[in-house]
Design a protein around this ligand. Sequence first.
Ligand SMILES: Nc1ncnc2c1ncn2[C@@H]1O[C@H](COP(=O)(O)OP(=O)(O)OP(=O)(O)O)[C@@H](O)[C@H]1O
Ligand SMILES: [Mg+2]
Length: 334
Amino acid sequence: MAIVEVEYLLKKYADLTAVNRVSFEVRPGEIFGFLGPNGAGKTTTILMLTTLLKPSGGRAVVCGHDIERHPARVREAVGYVSQEIAVDEFLTGRENLWLHGKFYHMPSKELERRIAEVAHMVDLTDRLQDLVGTYSGGMRKRLDIAEGLLHRPQLIFLDEPTLGLDIQTRRKIWDYIRQLRQEGLTVFLTTHYMEEADQLCDRVAIIDRGELKALDTPQTLKAKLGGDVITVGLADSSEAACQRARELFAGLDWVSRVEAHPQGLVLISRDGDATIPRLIQAASGSGLEIASVTLKRPSLDDVFLTYTGHDLREEEGGADAFRRMTRGVRQARR
Ligand SMILES: Nc1ncnc2c1ncn2[C@@H]1O[C@H](COP(=O)(O)OP(=O)(O)OP(=O)(O)O)[C@@H](O)[C@H]1O
Ligand SMILES: [Mg+2]
């Protein structure tokens, strides 16, 4: 049985449909990823599933409880780590965890024990007595995750757990997340890092502009593309040349799809190695000059492009994202 069942879940903010009747299921024990660009509706979906936001329509059952009829039971069963870092930097790591446990009415003895366990899990045992103001970004995020785990949830929602962190710290957080799965927890995470979805998640849902575009294992999503990805840059980038090349390449053996993208024409071919000489030959035969050709095995990036018609733009996870992540802390301090 599924641990999360979502049917036609809808959220409207005035005229804007942030989440548009999405349906999906999360299986117990899996790392389930919601992959989508800024504004796709990832956080809005999580807020509804954690009962922090009321849906405009549809229904969802989380850990066996209907989110609208039994919100308190849902909150007891799940942990939630928000996109913004929510720890208080004027308290120590231990004080942050203690406060959080008390919000859940955890008895002091049990809380003490549990703090030691979760701190060990995220490698913060040695720093618990230090003020969070002295922690690095990655340590704060780990403390945040530890808070979400304190009350032993069956399912944890991690909204962009590695946003704005450097690649080593991201990998370290992936290790913690894998460890959680090993301990039997189900993990629902959102990300706009392609690599994160690919390497970490058992199944990935692609969400764009509030709509669920695809859902499967990363391997199957890539395999469904049906071959290698060839990107061709033309010397003449006019629309007429592009259209001519498109028709020409679509007629080649093994080529199943040709699409025009800002970076050039993108071809999907069952045999990329054999297609390249043929397309060069075909182009020179019809007077089209090719400026560049690249061949690669399909990535989740290509899957995303195919399902949504645009790039995910990974760079959005950079400085701007970090600013958004720390915004919550600054607001909390005011
Ligand atoms: N409180 C709100 N009032 C009005 N519009 C909102 C509100 N919260 C979110 N939105 C809009 O809903 C859409 C989805 O936002 P959401 O925060 O769910 O996206 P997201 O996928 O989490 O994006 P990001 O990657 O930037 O975190 C966006 O267009 C956003 O502007
Ligand atoms: Mg978000």
